[in-house]
Design a protein around this ligand. Structure first.
Ligand code: FE2
Length: 393
């Protein structure tokens, strides 16, 4: 099958923030941007890790220099619980904040999106789970990623953990799009190699999943294939030499491209099968999708040999003269090599996995079957079990 999404009977949607600023020291513009949005009292929403490395002060100073009143909420938790979003939104309402600045990885940015929604709407964040059920525009928001990973700064969705149901839930709304996303590679310099690696591979998973998705669009195809190329070239350098500004710039750009791509092209079985790993093996989202990526690609490839061949090509593999099948195979070896080079194991046994976990993994994977819909190959329960068995080898 050729890559020709223009020949389609589908209507394509593309979503993006109103404004994206990219560049070294771009974060210094946060004060200007907040003022332009009419902000007077701004809350920076971040996590304790970001606060420790001194990034909050930089943002705070830029806001204060524009004579804005600034507060800090630095209690964001990973895979953000609804409880934390509601607590922060209560603070926003009580103290009268009129603009939020999300600073951090995907969890901080998702928390800021949730607080923006609950800050102007009634009730709790779990009231807005679903597609387009948020009634009113939230507080204006500026999002600044500190990882080259989630792409949350450019998407119209955020994920929350419902601690009572023990489930991950999502809120889709155009009101979740940032008023301004600021991509400053200097904010990612202090990211440790291990986090650089796993968030970078998560961004690669976003790009690959949206590229091969049956919901891919002409927009997402262009963005995702370029994101794959950039990540393949730059992630090893960003991992090996964190202060390399060119590699960091390309990674933060690539992660945003991948975010824009999956926001309109969709994800697939890599994400569908990785969520259960987060609870079973206590690994974060980025590590979980990194582990599942090559195993799902190996299963998926026959669903779109042409596109898997293109992934191999942009990752530097020579596919000339190869059959479509052999070219597609090369995309899997390219991804495995990238994982090895940034020291991420894709064997579940290295995370405490064994075949005894299989029933729980399959049950957890099947709960995310909604993500199998855009996947290029349909999955039965037996297929899901076989993919986990490969990961357990
Ligand atoms: Fe992801």
């Amino acid at each position: 099958m050729k890559n020709n999404p223009f020949v389609s009977d589908r209507i394509c949607h593309f979503f993006s923030p109103s404004k994206i600023i990219l560049g070294v020291a771009a974060a210094e513009q946060v004060g200007n941007e907040a003022k332009s949005l009419g902000g007077q009292k701004v809350l920076i929403i971040t996590d304790p890790g970001v606060a420790r490395v001194g990034l909050v002060e930089k943002i705070q100073e830029a806001l204060i220099s524009e004579k804005l009143i600034v507060g800090i909420f630095d209690r964001v938790e990973l895979e953000p619980p609804a409880r934390v979003i509601d607590e922060c939104a209560d603070l926003v309402r009580k103290e009268g904040y009129d603009l939020v600045v999300g600073l951090g990885g995907g969890s901080s940015l998702d928390t800021a999106k949730g607080v923006s929604v609950v800050g102007t709407n009634e009730g709790k964040v779990l009231d807005y789970v679903g597609i387009d059920v948020v009634p009113n525009k939230g507080l204006p928001k500026i999002l600044l990623p500190t990882t080259g990973g989630s792409g949350a700064e450019v998407t119209r969705v955020f994920a929350i953990t419902d601690e009572i149901d023990k489930a991950k839930k999502v809120v889709y709304s155009n009101y979740n799009l940032a008023d301004v996303a600021i991509l400053d590679p200097l904010l990612t310099i202090s990211l440790p190699p291990e986090v650089t690696a796993e968030t970078g591979i998560d961004a690669l998973a976003h790009a690959i999943e949206s590229y091969v998705s049956v919901s891919s669009t002409p927009f997402s195809d262009i963005l995702s294939i370029e994101a794959i190329r950039l990540i393949s070239e730059n992630l090893p350098v960003a991992y090996a030499k964190g202060e390399n500004i060119e590699a960091r710039s390309n990674m933060i750009f690539a992660a945003a491209l991948a975010g824009l791509a999956w926001a309109s092209g969709g994800l697939g079985a890599v994400h569908g099968l990785s969520y259960v790993l987060e609870t079973e093996f206590n690994v974060g989202h980025a590590k979980a999708s990194s582990i599942m990526l090559p195993h799902v690609m190996a299963f998926n490839k026959i669903g779109n040999l042409y596109k898997y061949g293109q992934i191999a090509r942009v990752m530097g593999e020579s596919i000339e003269g190869l059959s479509a099948y052999d070219a597609a195979e090369k995309s899997i070896s390219a991804v495995k090599r990238l994982l090895w080079s940034v020291n991420i194991s894709f064997r579940l046994t290295d995370y405490g996995g064994s075949k005894e976990f299989l029933p729980k993994l399959v049950e957890g994977g099947m709960k995310q079957a909604r993500l199998f819909v855009p996947n290029p190959r349909n999955l039965t329960e037996e297929d899901v079990a076989n993919i986990y068995l490969k990961a357990l080898e």
